[in-house]
Design a protein around this ligand. Structure first.
Ligand code: XMP
Length: 319
């Protein structure tokens, strides 16, 4: 088959040695990190691997379906899908504070994941796609000593709750190294080049209260933003591109009548390490297509704005 590089070969050997004949649970999100972890584990200890995908209802359009399809095409391991949309929406009802959203999503995720993990008998290890920048960021401070940069729910929390030992084969790697590794492991470009997506998902891109209706609006707009950037051949030239639904209404005209609908921000950045980033200088005709399509096709949005803030002082996400 394909030729694996030294890192992959050594890591697979290490995984086999440390895991022995025990079962390993791996959370799958559809992102490149968890997919590469799953691919490494499938290669190393395939029949002893159980993957869990928590469908939190905060994923992008058709994302869950795509993950399940890709996953079953590429791996023959045990996959558990936890349908938890209602639970997450209930936990988020009435919440507008970004860090509170993250906390609630984190707790709900742990509940769902742990509930499913307990049903998988004999599991001793938990695999996580923690990268080197996660390790740094989760301990560092942006807003002063009392506050961590973002509560990355994928770092910490789970293993202590569940009493598992951790397997973190990507802990020393940067994103570009993870992508190269994914390609070596035979993952499709579609997964390997997917822009990063935050654990709390669309909840932190739906500013203000998160409701089913607002999520649907955001999902539809986001699919147009990403679809047009892909169609322009610029997806790989950008690091992260997405829509943000603002809790702001503004006046518009539609035919003879006045509208008072939501505003949508388009965020697209270029970055090497996600610690600093510049806004992407997208062509005006592309921005124009995005704006026209969103306003025409997404009900409830009558204004599109482009975010031209760099990080720092802004962050990539709006929450
Ligand atoms: P910021 O907004 O801090 O984002 O500039 C830097 C990178 O981290 C991602 N991000 C998150 N990822 N859980 C995650 O797993 C989170 O809570 C979270 N917040 C931000 C963001 O998408 C960007 O790639």
């Amino acid at each position: 088959t394909w030729q694996l590089g030294d890192f992959a070969t050594e890591t697979i050997a290490q995984i086999r040695q440390s895991v022995g004949s025990d079962r390993v649970i791996c959370g799958l999100s559809g992102g490149v990190d968890s997919s590469v972890v799953a691919a490494l584990l499938a290669e190393a200890i395939g029949p002893q691997l159980s993957c869990i995908l928590v469908d939190n209802g905060l994923l992008r359009l058709d994302e869950e379906k795509a993950v399940i399809e890709e996953f079953s095409k590429h791996f023959q391991t045990d996959l558990h899908v936890v349908k938890a949309e209602e639970q997450f929406l209930a936990a988020l009802a009435g919440v507008t504070d970004p860090q509170e959203k993250r906390r609630r999503i984190g707790h709900t995720f742990i509940d769902c994941f742990a509930g499913e993990a307990k049903r998988i008998s004999g599991a001793k290890y938990l695999a996580q796609g923690t990268l080197y920048p996660d390790v740094i960021e989760s301990g560092a401070s942006r807003d002063g000593p009392a506050d961590t940069i973002k509560l990355h729910h994928n770092v910490g929390g789970l293993p202590e709750e569940l009493g598992f030992e951790l397997v973190e084969p990507l802990r020393d790697l940067f994103k570009d190294e993870v992508r190269r590794l994914g390609l070596q492991l035979g993952l499709p470009e579609e997964i390997v080049w997917r822009h990063p997506f935050p654990g709390p998902g669309l909840a932190v891109r739906c500013l203000g209260e998160v409701t089913q209706e607002r999520l649907n609006t955001l999902r539809a707009a986001d699919a147009i933003v990403v679809g047009e950037i892909k169609a322009a051949g610029l997806y790989r030239a950008t690091s992260q591109a997405f829509a943000v639904l603002l809790p702001v209404q503004s006046v518009g005209v539609m035919g003879d009548s006045r509208t008072y609908d939501d505003a949508l921000a388009v965020r697209c950045v270029n970055t090497d390490d996600f610690m600093t980033a510049d806004w992407s200088h997208l062509p005006y005709d592309l921005l124009s297509r995005i704006s026209t399509r969103v306003i025409n096709e997404v009900k409830g949005v009558n204004r599109v704005v482009y975010d031209i803030s760099s990080k720092p002082p802004a962050t990539i996400e709006w929450e």
